[in-house]
Ligand binder design. Structure first.
Ligand code: NDP
Length: 279
């Protein structure tokens, strides 16, 4: 079975559109997201445009603040301060990566945790860790939706996460644990990775290496979720899993593109609605 991230994402966006309509009817205003982008990185510009478009699609307001690459830390902190204080702004997102001269950690700390729709603020990371999250980190939350809406329950299953980044691997493991999975986290220092991945009932891969997971690393009947977004030798978008080889072995698998990718922005929309509901 191929897990259709595009279709599942469209289904959730339709649900969010309905929830947004009900919210506007009750509260008299729409949830609103402010996105800050610094510099002219083409990939970041595409992501920001897609986020603004997604907001429009479900009836949210959105504002994009495009700042020049030479923006200072003080100027950026000033803008964040204004957005924090503005009651018409419900979600704030600073598109990463930032130009090298800016201190990313300090900026993420400056965002009001109640408006931190990316869930990167240590306050929200802590809430997730103690099992009381307000916002779920977008990409791992998208993976959980794909797993659940495929009819798979992680409870009691061996869930192996390959990758331990703060954005994907670590929060992914926490969400699977919260869903009562038995979780193993692997990384670049894991010994005999294949021996571990072969024991996974649910295998989530977030490594950032094209076609890294081969068929002999996957147990027959496993659910395989590929978070990776890479270019192969021909410049074609591909995941961390060798899809053609693994698909016959897996019970269910996400393709790249069309798997996890479409879910991330959808989960950002969900967090923006949550932020608006709570303010
Ligand atoms: P990072 O580079 O931050 O983390 C990669 C992780 O993979 C690290 O923990 C690293 O281990 C581990 N790793 C690297 N090499 C190996 C190896 N040989 N064996 C085992 N583990 C290894 O990447 P991200 O987590 O940010 O992203 C991962 C992938 O997901 C990328 O392709 C990225 O583009 C994609 N992505 C996709 C998103 C989406 O919306 N679909 C969103 C975010 C990311 P160690 O910690 O030891 O170095």
């Amino acid at each position: 079975m191929i897990i259709d991230g595009k279709a599942i994402s469209a289904q959730i966006r339709a649900e969010l559109k309905e929830e947004c309509r009900a919210f506007v009817a009750e509260r008299g205003f729409a949830p609103a997201l402010s996105v800050v982008i610094v510099g002219d990185d083409p990939a970041s510009q595409v992501y920001v445009r897609n986020k603004a478009r997604a907001c429009e699609e479900v009836g949210f307001g959105s504002r994009v603040y495009a700042l020049p690459a030479e923006t200072t830390q003080a100027e950026l902190l000033g803008l964040i301060g204004k957005l924090n204080a503005d009651p018409t702004v419900h979600g704030i997102l600073v598109q990463l990566p930032l130009p090298k001269h800016l201190d990313e950690t300090a900026l993420l700390l400056a965002i009001d945790p109640r408006k931190d729709v990316d869930a990167f603020h240590p306050y929200n990371v802590g809430k997730l860790t103690v099992g009381n999250p307000t916002f779920l980190p977008c990409t791992p939350a998208g993976v959980m939706e794909l797993i659940r809406r495929t009819g798979v329950d992680p409870a009691g299953r061996h869930c192996v996460v390959v990758g331990r980044s703060n954005i994907v691997g670590k929060p992914m493991a926490l969400l699977l644990l919260a869903a009562n999975g038995t979780v193993t986290i692997c990384h670049s220092r894991t010994r005999d990775l294949a021996a571990v991945t072969r024991t996974a009932d649910i295998l989530v891969v977030a490594v950032g290496r094209a076609k890294f997971i081969k068929a002999d690393m996957v147990k027959r009947g496993a659910v395989v979720i590929d978070v990776g977004m890479n270019r192969d030798e021909n410049g074609k978008l591909c995941g961390d899993v060798d899809f053609a080889a693994v698909e016959p072995v897996a019970a269910a698998i996400t393709p790249v593109p069309g798997g996890v990718g479409p879910m991330t922005i959808t989960m950002l929309l969900r967090n923006t609605l949550t932020a608006a509901e709570q303010l």
